[in-house]
Design a protein around this ligand. Structure first.
Ligand code: ADP
Ligand code: ASP
Ligand code: MG
Length: 429
């Protein structure tokens, strides 16, 4: 008998019919002789609707109260799902994140899991019940307030619980058949990946492929826990997120025994770019600027600094950051202007990021040339570049992103004619 943790996303439980369909799946895993723990998200677009509602009350709701409000979405789901399972003649008990022992930091809206003490879940399992846990939420160790883990955080609840319970597998059920070579909503002929490594999935998730929450992949890698991403609408085998690709793994045409060069292409439209113009080219200036940004707890992504060749003694610094942090960062920089002595600040929220990810990149020169060639043929202008060992990312105009993703997908021979990229539900938002 195995222990399975299953997570169902919002589009899988969007209405009563969805709840009943998912309940049947859960019961069949139980009938197969497994112990089953289920993590569930809020129904459909409930979380967005609750945020919108809060904004109608006040433009800047307090983090504590917003978290209290948003966690209600997952509570509705867990109770309805438990009822649907009970209706099928099996015992189910629902638990909030706090009851399930998900202990977090106190940072509202982006709390991190510190510990999981799933005593009540283990008790329920021992007594033969199916445990249903509300995703995306926990309780702060310090303040004892209810917290949320950030948008998409139910994936992380599932993997953290699976690790704490020493589960055999964590199944993430969503509205597509697995992890694809690109977002199927942008590339209709994307191919489903049989396997993707933790390292590749980390880069994809960090680059905007929201099919898995970034921190759930970090967790899975730390505990070497396999994740199976699949559709809740079919019984198709999905994608396995694992430590290494199996021997003989291949993707591109004519590379049967060779590792695929590129596993996936991700894109992200949630970032903005700030350029600080005319910064004095002196030691310590960049440190001063980025210390001020760090002190405000603002996460920055790419940075480019280019010293002017015409000996002006000045340089421009550009960096990208989440759009949501743009206003804060801009006002912090404005306060520094007198001290640092730069000319001006430019804010641009019409950018997009496009990233190529693949472990095979390490051993293949020429990936950058092929990538840039494809972008150039598609008329996409590159504004910034950053790389890691297994990723190349560029910034371009937001309006060019989808064209760029499709061009790169074709250039790396990832297109398939198998019609795999079916979207079963959801809005992709
Ligand atoms: P859930 O509500 O189940 O958590 P999400 O909307 O968070 O689902 O994630 C699933 C969506 O992720 C898909 O519908 C798809 O549009 C998007 N997505 C982005 N990149 C990828 C990718 N490489 N493979 C699969 N899906 C992707
Ligand atoms: N309901 C939350 C959200 O929409 C968490 C999740 O679905 O994972 O972000
Ligand atoms: Mg999600």
């Amino acid at each position: 008998m195995g222990l399975i943790v299953q997570k169902y996303g919002g589009s899988s439980v969007a209405d009563a019919e969805g709840m009943k369909r998912v309940a049947n799946r859960i019961v069949s895993a139980k009938r197969d002789g497994n112990q089953v723990v289920v993590v569930v998200s809020a129904m459909g677009d409930t979380t967005d609707e609750l945020i919108e509602l809060a904004k109608q009350i006040t433009p800047i709701p307090s983090g504590r109260e917003l978290d209290m409000l948003l966690t209600a979405g997952e509570r509705i789901s867990m109770a309805l799902l438990a009822m649907a399972i009970t209706n099928l003649g099996h015992e189910a008990r629902s638990f909030t994140g706090s009851q399930a022992g998900v202990i977090t930091t106190s940072a509202h809206g982006r709390a991190r899991i510190i510990d999981v003490t799933p005593g009540r879940i283990q008790e329920a399992l021992k007594e033969g019940a199916i445990a249903i846990v509300a995703g995306f939420q926990g309780i702060s160790q310090d303040t004892k307030d209810v917290t949320t883990l950030g948008r998409g955080g139910s994936d992380t609840t599932a993997v953290a619980l699976a690790a704490a319970l020493d589960a055999d597998v964590c199944e993430i059920y969503t509205d597509v058949d697995g992890v694809f070579s690109a977002d199927p909503r942008v590339v209709p002929n994307a191919r489903k990946l049989k396997t993707v490594t933790y390292d590749e999935m980390l880069e994809l998730a960090a680059s905007g492929a929201k099919v898995l929450h970034l921190r759930c992949v970090e967790y899975a890698r730390r505990y070497d826990l396999p994740i199976h991403v699949r559709s809740s609408f079919t019984t198709n085998e999905g994608t396995w997120v694992v430590k290494d690709h199996p021997v003989g793994h291949s993707l591109g045409k004519g590379t049967e025994m060779e590792q695929a060069i590129i596993s996936g292409i991700a894109h992200d439209k949630s970032e903005a770019k700030i350029t600080i113009v005319g910064v004095p080219d002196r030691t310590g200036v960049a440190a001063r600027i980025f210390q001020a940004i760090a002190d405000a707890d603002i996460n920055i992504d790419m940075i480019v600094q280019n010293v002017s060749a015409a000996a002006t003694g000045l340089t421009d610094i550009s960096f990208t950051l989440p759009k949501a942090e743009g206003p804060d960062a801009t006002s912090i920089l404005q306060k520094l202007q007198g001290e640092v002595g730069f000319a001006s600040i430019q804010y641009d929220d019409q950018i997009g990021k496009l990233s190529l990810v693949g472990a095979g990149m390490r051993s293949h020169p020429g990936v950058t040339a092929t990538f840039f060639g494809a972008l150039s043929n598609a008329g996409v202008n590159i504004e910034m570049i950053s790389t890691s060992e297994i990723r190349i990312s560029i910034i371009c105009r937001e309006s060019d992103i989808e064209r760029g993703v499709r061009a790169a997908h074709t250039a790396f021979e990832l297109d398939t004619d198998q019609n795999e990229a079916v979207i079963y539900a959801g809005t992709g938002l």
